[in-house]
Design a protein around this ligand. Sequence first.
Ligand code: ADP
Ligand code: MG
Length: 723
Amino acid sequence: MKKSTPTIAAERQYVIEKEKFVPVSHYFGEDTFSHKVMKEKLPKDTFKKLMEAINEDKTLDEETANIVAHAIKEWAIEKGATHFAHWFQPMTGITAEKHDAFADPCGPGSVIERFSGKQLVQGEPDASSFPSGGIRATFEARGYTAWDMSSPAFIKRNGISTTLCIPTAFISYTGQVLDKKTPLLRSIRALNKSAVNMLKLLGAKNVKKVYSNLGPEQEYFLIDMDYFYKRPDLVLGGRTVVGAPPAKGQELEDQYFGSIKERISSYMHDVEEELFKLGIPAKTRHNEVAPSQYEIAPVYEEANIAADHNQLVMDTLKYVARKHRLAALLHEKPFAKINGSGKHVNWSLSDDNGNNLLNPGKTPQDSIQFLVFLIATVRAVYKHADILRAAVASYGNDHRLGANEAPPAIISVFLGEQLTQILDNIQKGTVTRATNAEIIDLGISSLSQVSKDNTDRNRTSPFAFTGNKFEFRAVGSSQNIASPALVINTIVAESIDELAEKIKSQAGKNINQAVFDVLKSEIKYIKPILFNGDNYTREWEAEAQKRGLPNEKTTPAALKALITDKALRLFDKYEVLSNAELKSRYLIHVERYIKDLEIEVKALNNICLSQVIPAGVDYQKKLAAAIAGAQDVLGSQAVFSSQKELLKKILDMINSIYLTNKEIQAKVEAAAAIHDEPKKAEMLGSKVKPLMDELREYVDALENLVDNETWPLPKFWEMLFIC
Ligand code: ADP
Ligand code: MG
């Protein structure tokens, strides 16, 4: 590679001075306006009113809001904050914030720090430049942000600037949602209602609320910043569009869980320190499968907070990387032919007494409850596998799902052998009367061991039951987990309600008997979605087709599941997304796919014409001159066949690169005339994408032919192994 030799990165000193050690428990959450801080800073009755508002989903009266705002402001200023910002999650997939100074002029030449209840509760960012999918024309770009009291305000430090961030929902003035948080909050509400009703039906007492919990395992790559800035494709699109695979990849399996390099360890330490200050319980860190790939997993939290926290984790990974002269890559597939990054989202339900409803439990009653929620979830996944697939569809994630990489685009559920056996027993109906003794006879007593039976964990399944939670593994590493979470919550809410209806209609039976009779037929119904085998095989693909399971490999095809009558009815019924909102989201995702692809096409064009071809021509010139020069000296009897062959290959590659690139540009230009966005996305995906892959093959072949000194881009082996 030109100029920057690999040793630059390797030799640089990265001694990060460690400040005096402070135990995490001393500063955990110090930058959040947590319940603990609220209790400390707010008058008793204000705190009580605020808690009621949070727990019962009520709005705050103006007077209370003013008192809370004053307390938050004082606290934030103490922390060094000069500004406040409503922090929200528009459809861009990342977070947005507009800062306003606390300082407000008061009389000539002086200011006073001010922050009112109104400013806390509602903001009015200019919404015109956020994706709305046609919901709101630009000329009436009025949107507002509303404080989400269920997620704590926090301090964001960036260089020497400090800002108070208030988590908010982002809504248009006509009341339509423009963000990812609002529908998640609505889905949490819907699931709570359905689950509490079900628990009551099953005879549970003292349960007022059911929470959905999320534990996202975030994968990412780290490379030296010098390399990053020399790759326009990485800088602009997050993924290398060209680059030959290194001689060594992950085949030695020496990266996974390997000892962490010093530079990376220091980085992780810094990341965690930032997260701990924000009250994010970062728990697990390790090397992942691919070279330079890592994972961070916090302890699971309530869905809304976990989703906010995952956004902050992604931000922090990137922000701290810069301080360490590293670049954190969150793209689903930064390096072709090297494992991509996903985000396993662990999901469970728990009640307000702290019981995990997906925990098999010890008593027969616990077991029945467990089976109901387990089967309700599996049933939901079966009924709406297409929507779940759509929820993780993106241009980047197409490199994982549907390509030959984990997990496949076919959504199926893994339950493990033991649980499958128990369900089989129930379905075979050896039980005639659901007395406690008979329930135990069924082998259900062994359910309590299911949670411990984690040994045969199937890593290939997109939706796996892992003892006391489900793990949704198809989520992309860069995605906002609110989207898949709101889908899971909504489909499970519906499924619980449908089961409840069926149970209630079993007239004249005791509740256990009614439940068992319903479960019996439901277990039969869900059979096609259950699969314990290897999800990567061709055989499974064929089998899944026989079972009628959807298998959409591309985003334009998968997204259509969002606008079927089934989906529109579902999200409308549960008041998560109206038809107009869902349709707009569909369009936003389609448009995003087009934009992501077009950015890569432009980057590819630029790299080919201004870097790759010139490098090829340079080397071609050198070779041609060498052959001619040698011929002058040695005469024509000398052997030149190998150099001539090499020269010919280089000419061929340059030719193929030039022509394929030209063809891509022509196709993209033709696509510009298609005004139907879904059609355009499909055309680009089916006609342009394969050509981009073909072009890459030529470029990568050329990379392996030309002089290393001449090649203008950092190579895979450098980026992945030198750090
Ligand atoms: P693995 O990589 O073996 O799947 P990790 O320890 O990396 O497991 O991550 C597991 C994730 O699942 C963590 O975020 C953890 O907090 C989360 N988790 C554990 N129990 C639950 C639960 N009941 N509900 C949701 N998430 C959970
Ligand atoms: Mg893990």
